[in-house]
Design a protein around this ligand. Structure first.
Ligand SMILES: [Fe+2]
Ligand SMILES: [Fe+2]
Length: 467
C-alpha cells in the first residue's frame, strides 16, 4: 500500500522507514475517514481531477479521470532555499531550523494541528453538495477542492509524523476523530463547524474561508521552522484554485442575478428563480464575519509569541522593510465604556489584526470586481463587506452587537434587525429550493451563469464527471 507509486512525494519516502511505518498505520484510517465522511455518493465515479506529481511547474498539475478513493494524495514540499535564515522576530538572521526547537515544540505542534484540523473539517462540511451541483463543471471543482483539502491534511500529518514522535502520531489520529459540527468532538475553529447547506454557502466559503487559509499559510510560509515553511509554500499553490472557485462562483451568481433582474418584467429576481443581490449580501455578511474570526483576537499575546519565536510571520514578511516589530504600535478601534475609540497596541500583540488587514483588502478587491460585473449588466447595486466589528464571535468585538456599518447596538435592536443582515430561515429555505442537481454536460442551473472557460483547456460542456 505504501509505495512511491501510490504516494507521489518529494520527501524521499522510499528511504524513510520511520515515516513509512507511520503512514502504514495512518493511511487505512484516513481512507476509512474519507469513505465515512468525505463526499457522499460519487466515490465510484470517474472525475476529471488534477493530481500533484511533483513540485515543478509542469509536474504538479497532472489531469486525468480518477475515482476519489484512488486519488494519489501525496506529500510535497517546495524546494529548500540555500542558507535560508529566520526572517523575523527575536531569532532573525539565524539559520532556519530543520528540527523542532525544543522550547517551541508545543507551540509549533499546536499551530500545525490547528491548521491541519481545518482541512478534513471542510471536506466534512461540503460532503452533501455533490447531490445539488449546478453543473458537472461545478461538481468537478467541488471534488477537486475536496481531494486537495485531503492532501493538505496529509501535508500536516507528514509534519506531525516526521517531527513530533509519539504525540505527533496521536495528534494525526485525532485529526481523523474530530467531526465538523459534532457536539462532543467538534473541529477546533468556529467557521469549520458551521454547516455548508447549499452552493451559495460553498462559493462564499471558498471565497472567504479558504482565503483565510491563504493568509494563514502565507504567514506560516515565513516560518523559521523550514519544513513547515516549505510545506505551506506548496499548499498555497493549491489554495489558489479553491479561492478561484469561490471568487468566480460568486461572480457568476452576480452575473446571472443581474441578467434575471434585467429580464424580469418587475425586476423581481426571485420570481425568475434566481438569487437576488440583497440575499447574496446577507451570505457575504455571514461568511465574511465567520472567516474574520479565524484570524484570532485583535490583541493577542499568542500572536506576539509566535512572531517573537520566528514561527509565524506577517504576510510577505520577506518583503517588509523591518522584521523585529519592536517599539512600534498599531492603532485599532476598541470599545470602551460603550464607545468605539481608537487605541494604540504594541505591534507584536496586533499581528492577528495586521494579517486581517491584508485579508480584508484582498476581499474588498473581489467585491469591487463583482460590483463591476453588476454594472456591466446594467444593474445598480453595490455589494459591500460589512464592518469588521459586525457579527464577531472571537476577539474584542465578540459579545457586543454592531450593525454592518459598524455602529454599536444593544442586543434587542440587533435581534430585531438580524434578518435584514444575515440569512434568515426563509432565505435558507428559498436557496434550498433552488438547489437542483444538473448533470447534463453543458447545462447549468438557472441561478448561475456558466464560467468563461472550462478546466485545463476543455470547454464547459466537457464531461467533467462520468456519472
Ligand atoms: Fe486547505
Ligand atoms: Fe482550501
Amino acid at each position: 500500500m505504501i509505495s512511491e507509486e501510490n504516494i507521489p512525494n518529494n520527501v524521499d519516502l522510499s528511504s524513510d522507514k520511520r515515516l513509512q511505518r507511520a503512514l502504514v498505520e495512518w493511511l487505512p484510517n484516513y481512507l476509512d475517514w474519507w469513505r465515512a465522511v468525505g463526499p457522499d455518493g460519487f466515490q465510484e465515479k470517474e472525475i476529471y481531477l488534477r493530481t500533484a506529481i511533483s513540485v515543478d511547474t509542469d509536474g504538479w498539475a497532472h489531469f486525468d479521470y480518477v475515482r476519489m478513493p484512488d486519488y494519489r494524495w501525496g506529500i510535497f514540499l517546495a524546494a529548500p532555499e540555500n542558507d535560508r535564515k529566520v526572517g523575523f522576530g527575536d531569532f532573525a538572521g539565524q539559520p532556519v531550523w530543520n528540527e523542532v526547537p525544543g522550547e517551541f515544540r508545543n507551540t509549533l505542534r499546536r499551530i500545525i494541528v490547528t491548521q491541519g484540523d481545518t482541512e478534513p473539517a471542510s471536506v466534512e462540511q461540503q460532503r452533501l453538495l455533490g447531490k445539488t451541483a449546478p453543473s458537472l463543471y461545478d461538481m468537478r471543482n467541488l471534488f477537486q477542492v475536496n481531494v486537495e483539502e485531503g492532501r493538505h491534511l496529509w501535508a500536516m500529518v507528514y509534519l506531525l509524523h516526521s517531527y513530533f514522535g509519539k504525540d505527533g502520531r496521536e495528534e494525526a489520529e485525532e485529526l481523523l476523530a474530530r467531526r465538523s459540527g459534532d457536539a462532543d468532538k467538534p473541529r477546533i475553529l468556529g467557521a469549520f463547524n458551521q454547516p455548508i447547506l447549499n452552493w451559495l454557502d460553498f462559493f462564499l466559503f471558498t471565497m472567504f474561508t479558504d482565503r483565510d487559509g491563504k493568509y494563514q499559510l502565507a504567514a506560516l510560509a515565513q516560518s523559521g521552522f523550514d519544513p513547515l515553511s516549505r510545506t505551506c509554500k506548496f499548499m498555497l499553490t493549491e489554495e489558489a484554485h479553491h479561492m478561484f472557485v469561490g471568487e468566480t462562483g460568486v461572480d457568476r451568481m452576480v452575473q446571472r442575478s443581474c441578467e434575471l433582474q434585467k429580464s424580469a418584467p418587475d425586476g423581481d429576481v426571485r420570481k425568475m428563480g434566481g438569487i437576488d443581490l440583497p440575499t447574496l449580501q446577507k451570505y457575504i455578511n455571514l461568511w465574511f464575519s465567520l472567516s474574520e474570526d479565524l484570524f484570532g483576537g485583535e490583541i493577542s499575546s499568542n500572536a506576539a509569541d509566535f512572531f517573537s519565536a520566528g514561527l509565524k510571520g506577517r504576510y510577505r514578511e520577506d518583503q517588509l522593510p523591518e522584521h523585529k516589530a519592536l517599539d512600534a504600535a498599531y492603532s485599532m478601534q476598541v470599545v470602551e465604556s460603550g464607545q468605539v475609540v481608537q487605541k494604540e497596541v504594541p505591534l507584536r500583540n496586533a499581528m492577528n489584526e495586521v494579517l486581517r488587514d491584508n485579508y480584508v483588502e484582498d476581499c474588498q478587491r473581489a467585491v469591487d470586481k463583482w460590483n463591476r460585473t453588476a454594472k456591466k449588466v446594467g444593474v445598480e447595486f453595490e455589494l459591500q463587506l460589512p464592518s469588521r466589528r459586525f457579527h464577531r464571535q472571537q476577539g474584542i468585538y465578540s459579545g457586543l452587537h454592531f450593525d454592518p456599518a459598524g455602529n454599536l447596538l444593544d442586543e434587542a435592536s440587533f435581534s430585531r434587525r438580524k434578518d435584514e443582515w444575515l440569512p434568515s430561515v426563509s432565505d435558507n429555505a428559498y436557496i434550498a429550493s433552488l438547489m437542483q442537481q444538473v448533470t447534463e454536460p453543458g447545462k447549468i442551473a438557472n441561478w448561475l451563469a456558466p464560467p468563461s472557460k472550462g478546466v485545463n483547456g476543455h470547454p464547459f460542456d466537457f464531461e467533467y464527471v462520468k456519472l
